[in-house]
Design a protein around this ligand. Structure first.
Ligand SMILES: [Zn+2]
Length: 460
């Protein structure tokens, strides 16, 4: 798991989550509403179309599978896993099936649809349950083929082998997790039932709005609602759906974000007013200015030699207002050497913007001030090493200047007015679901508290 995070930009967010997520008080309940999830809230297994294989439900043990198919009774079932470079044959050989049985088993698997592919791509680490045949008892092998399917091979009373693919039964479960933020471990988030995928998703969708490193305080809290698909036999999560709702309470400031599909069917997140969670950084944080120097190598107008220009210059009259290129927090506002009067804004854990050679600052701008996109932060000037009034504008990714014209930030489109009513109805439904989950959670909590004094409740 850690390996995966190491090289992603989310990595440092995750480290911060280690600090931020802590004593969760909670979890969950059963699905109470179906209309919102109508497209995916059916009771699985979903049957294949009739022209394809008709798949029946799998069972948890070989014993129960044999009951289901009416095979020759088995005894002493055991388990192993498929090792690296093993085929089904060699695995069976390793666990001492005799050659005759192995041949018959492979022959029966060969009758399955797609058998070549199945045999070729059996996953390493796959659990193999098996019962060896004897004179009086049957042989059987159950392959935990993938997240949704098992392959069962069994003997009938005439010692013939048969193979069949079975669907593992699963169910969708709507889940609400509430947590209080103290100072604890990322792992505890996973422990209390926020699946890893969902956690990553939550961090990336909040990353535009929240600076995890500096804005999270002890006592802050969050809520997250999502749907998970559970393997009924193993009672494990096999899939998570995009987050439905996420809320953060930061020192009394509440941020709520709702999932709403855009016109292409992709989930996007908006606040209660339909404002997108995604923040762009303006490429031109000034009005009516002319781009006088681009990003890249150029002959420096004062120094006279070729130098890398790590920003954009916008020529504009002295005093022209400069805007915050995106929502963020002022990290620096003051004199900064050759940059002259200088402002730097931190937008997310990754992006910052800087503004140089100003003639003055907006009087409400100071270090630590939260600014929103488009707010005037200062005025064009000629301070520091500069040949004439202009704004020198930089975008920094992980503290390195990048070409603002080349950065690809997700564009955050707000909900258009024409569908805002529909959106409001949609979030009302989500909140109703949330209240229902809270109620059932409360009931379960009371029930559990009567019999135990565990600190954290995981109610699945
Ligand atoms: Zn410049």
């Amino acid at each position: 798991m850690k390996k995966v995070f190491k090289n992603t930009p989310l990595h440092h967010f995750l480290i911060v989550m280690v600090l931020l997520i802590s004593s969760f008080s909670v979890s969950y309940s059963d699905i109470a509403f179906s209309e919102t999830f109508s497209d995916n809230n059916q009771n699985v297994p979903i049957k294949r179309p009739s022209n394809f294989l008709h798949l029946e439900e799998s069972a948890d043990t070989i014993f129960n599978m044999i009951q289901k198919v009416g095979g020759k009774p088995t005894v002493n079932s055991k388990s192993t896993i498929l090792r690296k470079n093993e085929t089904l044959s060699s695995a069976l050989k390793r666990i001492n099936f005799d050659n005759d049985d192995i041949n018959k088993i492979i022959q029966s698997v060969n009758k399955l649809n797609n058998s070549k592919r199945i045999l070729k791509y059996l996953p390493v680490g796959m659990i193999i349950d098996y019962a060896k045949p004897s004179k009086l008892t049957g042989g059987a092998v159950k392959l935990n083929y993938n997240k949704t399917k098992d392959i069962f091979i069994w003997q009938d009373i005439n010692n013939n082998y048969f193979s069949q693919i079975y669907l593992r039964p699963s169910k969708l479960s709507n889940t609400l997790v509430k947590g209080e933020i103290n100072s604890s471990l990322y792992i505890s988030a996973l422990k209390v039932g926020v699946p890893e995928n969902t956690l990553l998703e939550m961090i990336s969708l909040l990353g535009f709005s929240v600076d995890f490193q500096r804005e999270i305080r002890k006592g802050d809290s969050f809520e997250i609602m999502f749907t998970k698909k559970i393997d009924v036999l193993k009672n494990i999560i096999i899939q998570t759906k995009p987050i439905t709702f996420v809320s953060l309470n930061l020192s009394g400031m509440k941020l709520n974000f709702f999932n709403y599909k855009d016109k292409y069917g992709f989930p996007q997140y908006y606040d209660e007013n339909g404002k997108s969670t995604k923040r762009t950084i303006m490429k031109t944080p000034i009005n009516g200015a002319r781009l006088s120097s681009g990003f890249g190598k150029r002959k420096h107008p004062i120094l006279g030699y070729t130098k890398m220009h790590r920003g954009l210059d916008f020529a504009a009259p002295l005093g022209t207002p400069i805007f915050a290129a995106g929502d963020g927090i002022v990290e620096k506002a003051g004199w900064n050497g050759t940059y002259g009067r200088y402002i730097r804004i931190r937008h997310t854990g990754t992006y910052k913007t800087a503004y140089a050679h100003l003639s003055g600052f907006n009087k409400n701008i100071y270090i630590g001030k939260r600014v929103s996109q488009g707010k005037t932060i200062g005025y064009v000037g000629n301070s520091g090493r500069s040949t004439g009034p202009h704004l020198h504008y930089e975008v920094l990714r992980d503290n390195k200047q990048v070409n603002p014209m080349n950065i690809k930030l997700p564009t955050g489109k707000n909900i258009p007015k024409s569908i805002i009513m529909d959106y409001k109805k949609h979030i009302e439904k989500i909140l109703i679901q949330k209240i229902a989950l809270e109620k059932s959670l409360q009931n379960k909590k009371i029930a559990v508290n009567k019999v135990t004094s565990v600190k954290y409740l995981i109610l699945n």
